[in-house]
Design a protein around this ligand. Structure first.
Ligand code: SAM
Length: 324
């Protein structure tokens, strides 16, 4: 879409949450934030290469840590360019809110949403095994789910976000930060900064920079990404595990999401989906999506965990009806 001042102003008014800089439970506890109240536009898919100079990826970024996961502090991101598809010159500004960051339709990927942490908890509780699995983090935003899978020795991890700026500025740097690992290249001598003193940083990375060779990064609308993957020259195997958190807020997206899952999941694969029970303002939610999936009659679903703190949140597992 061509970016005009009017469209930027409009997108500021109607898309994207007002965000806090700290991730995790409580960031949207009032239920007032919803990722997008706009209908998404068609957005072509593209693959983002991992740059050779990993230090450069973290240049001028503030890296924070929660548990053993590194992530870029978005409120401190100094944006120097616009979303590629907008194709308009260079801008440089400090970010005051996430929706300022991306012109056009922004789908919420700059913030780490609380269901991400629910799903990470669930992985340990349910002892989900990632070893040698082919994993997709769909609607990844910061990409922490995929990064956990990578640390769990997944064979391949692919990340997808609607917005290419999210992939370039957040997802890819987060993957790099977690693969570089011990903080030694992220302190004052390195590209980025971590807010914790060296004694508090994890001593040893569970991933090495080599783990990045297992990762691929994609931006674009779901059906476009699905098409790109299936038609690509590179060999493509379906995913053993698809992880997706806070992606079912808008019922307008259900068909694209459902069909993408159906197209990309291995016949015996599993989808782990984390969501709020209901998204006020946009209208989606876990029970509506469950009904949608049931009507399509391709997947069986089961709600494997309910988190009843404040706004109810759930983890759903999906598998093909005829799978083992
Ligand atoms: N999973 C992350 C989390 O839990 O922090 C980000 C959640 S964010 C609220 C929703 C994500 O879904 C966005 O990152 C966006 O890229 C993706 N998304 C939503 N609708 C999409 C669509 N129609 N096509 C592609 N991606 C979409």
């Amino acid at each position: 879409p061509k970016r005009t001042q009017e469209s930027v102003e409009k997108s500021k008014q109607t898309s994207g949450p007002v965000v806090g800089s700290s991730p995790g439970p409580g960031t949207d506890k009032h239920g007032a934030e919803t990722p997008s109240e706009k209908k998404f536009c068609f957005k072509a898919a593209k693959e983002h290469a991992v740059p050779e100079d990993l230090d450069k990826v973290l240049e001028n970024k503030v890296v924070e840590r929660r548990w053993d996961l590194y992530y870029i502090n978005v409120s401190a991101v100094e944006m120097t360019r616009l979303d590629d598809t907008d194709g308009e010159g260079i801008v440089s500004k400090s970010v005051s809110s996430h929706s300022d960051l991306i012109p056009g339709v922004y789908e919420g990927g700059l913030k780490i949403w609380e269901c991400t942490f629910d799903l990470i908890d669930y992985f340990s509780e349910a002892k989900i095994q990632f070893t040698n699995k082919t994993v997709l983090d769909l609607g990844c935003g910061a990409g922490l789910l995929g990064i956990v899978a990578l640390k769990g020795k997944a064979g391949k991890v692919h990340f997808q976000d609607y917005n290419s700026t999210v992939i370039d500025e957040i997802t890819l740097p987060n993957a790099v930060a977690n693969c570089i690992g011990d903080g030694s290249r992220m302190g004052s001598g390195g590209g980025g900064k971590t807010q914790e003193p060296p004694s508090k940083r994890p001593k040893k990375a569970e991933c090495s920079p080599d783990a990045l060779t297992k990762c691929r990064f994609f931006s674009g609308e779901w059906s476009e990404v699905s098409r790109l993957l299936s038609s690509s020259n590179k060999p493509f195997s379906k995913y053993d595990i698809i992880l997706t958190s806070e992606t079912i807020y808008n019922p307008d997206y259900y068909a694209a999401l459902h069909d993408t899952l159906a197209q990309l999941l291995d016949k015996n694969g599993r989808v782990y989906l984390a969501s709020k029970a209901h998204y006020f303002g946009v209208g989606g939610g876990i029970y509506l999506f469950e009904k949608f999936v049931e009507e399509r009659n391709i997947f069986r679903t089961s709600i494997v965990k309910i988190i009843d703190k404040g706004l109810q949140r759930c983890i759903m597992e999906m598998a093909f009806k005829d799978s083992s």
